[in-house]
Design a protein around this ligand. Structure first.
Ligand code: SF4
Length: 404
């Protein structure tokens, strides 16, 4: 690494504590640039039957509303391949066809106007015979490809040589496949080397990042249910993105795909790699709390779930520390004695009974959103609220003791 990380207590050595982005070459996925310093895009994959055009388009619309930049659809059957032209024609975001075994579907996806195709060369029968033709068709259509290496489908020879899906084995597989494309003069592809274990995944991408300038698609494969998969993705993506590695991300969750997009967008927002959207800051509560903070935070989150403007709303459990602690919030509430002090930018503006807190916050949030809109701030297409603990000081105890 060229530049050390900023250390606690030292003066910042750059505007961002993150390592500068790795230099990668740029490819296009339809109108969305990937790599070469382009904003990091968020991807997801539909879980409808692709052949069910209506259901697939409905899900794509939901993903787009949540902030998804690129969507992938599985193409395991001829019916799915046949549905691609209609899906591509109506999708508001670029569509990638995900093809594992039948190379003829790759050509059909290209003809259908897909923005890119994800191929697993190891899985496509007779790839040596069809690879050059795929590259030519992609070049003629001006589309890109993704080489997707997965721990679960690692080539048997490499598996045996390295004793399993180790980082070295996955990178060897990716390099072998990348060379197959490059040997026929095709360079418009990105690479993913996914593993279910976040630490192995980080190690694998680090190794691969040193071998060339391909744009990298980050993913922890089979990450698990929402709670577990979110943690794994935050660990892995956080580590890599902080090092500047990664050009596009897909969070994989055993949950509705829209949840993947929310998590992906929030990871980028909290890393400062995407503009912040609506956010709730809530205290964890402590012995000073005079209200059930968890219940209140949930009620406020639910009440404000349709707000998309980039507003920070603080939910604090006591009126002694609440407003001061949430000074950076646009709007907030500090509760006590059956009342809620409503504050804007840390200043108390009114006090309302506890049962009117949510409606009062909603009224002010809408007014702030309207003002933001009038000021030219983008108040559309937010990601859903995520509750994060507040980081604050000044209770006389350590933060960890007070807000574990
Ligand atoms: S002191 Fe802090 S953590 Fe405790 S209730 Fe008040 S705002 Fe919440």
């Amino acid at each position: 690494m060229d530049k050390p990380f900023r250390k606690t207590g030292e003066q910042a050595i750059s505007e961002s504590p993150l390592h500068p982005r790795r230099q990668s070459r740029r490819i296009m996925v339809g109108p969305v640039p990937v790599g070469g310093g382009a904003p990091i895009s968020v991807q997801s994959m539909t879980n409808t039957k692709t052949a069910d055009v209506g259901a697939t388009l409905q899900q794509i619309a939901e993903l787009t509303a949540a902030g998804c930049d690129i969507v992938r659809v599985a193409v395991p059957t001829q019916e799915d391949a046949d549905a691609l032209p209609k899906i591509v024609a109506k999708s508001p975001i670029p569509v990638i066809a995900d093809i594992h075994f039948q190379s003829n579907y790759v050509f059909e996806a290209i003809d259908a106007g897909c923005a890119a195709v994800r191929v697993n060369p190891g899985n496509i029968r007779k790839f040596d015979e069809v690879g050059p033709a795929i590259c030519k068709a992609a070049t003629d259509a001006g589309i890109s490809l993704r080489i997707g290496v997965n721990a679960g489908s690692l080539d048997k020879t490499l598996y045996e040589r390295y004793g399993g899906p180790t980082p070295e084995a996955l990178v060897a597989s990716a390099l072998k496949e990348a060379r197959m494309f490059e040997d026929v003069g095709f360079h418009d592809f990105k690479i993913s080397v996914k593993h279910h274990d976040p630490v192995t995944m980080v190690e694998t991408y680090r190794l691969l990042a040193q071998q060339g300038d391909w744009p990298l698609h980050l993913g922890v494969t089979e990450a698990g249910p929402a709670w577990q998969g979110t943690i794994k993705s935050c660990i892995a993506f956080g580590a890599l993105l902080a090092e500047g590695i990664g050009d596009t991300i897909r969070v994989s969750l055993s949950a509705p795909p829209v949840e993947e997009v929310k998590v992906g967008c929030k990871i980028l927002e909290y890393l400062g790699l995407r503009a912040r959207k609506f956010d709730i800051i809530s205290c964890p509560s402590c012995g000073r709390a005079q209200v059930d903070v968890i219940q209140l935070a949930n009620a406020v989150t639910e009440g404000l779930k349709d707000i998309t403007a980039p507003i920070r709303v603080a939910v604090m459990g006591c009126i002694v520390n609440g407003p001061g602690e949430a000074r950076e919030a646009d709007l907030g509430v500090a509760s006590g004695n059956g009342k809620g002090q409503i504050f804007i930018k840390g200043k108390v503006i009114e006090t309302v009974p506890e049962d009117r807190i949510v409606e009062t916050l909603l009224k002010h949030a809408n007014a702030i959103a309207e003002q933001m809109q009038a000021d030219g701030v983008d108040t559309t297409a937010g990601t859903g609220p995520v509750v994060i603990p507040v980081v604050h000081e000044g209770h006389g105890e350590s933060q960890n003791e007070n807000h574990a």
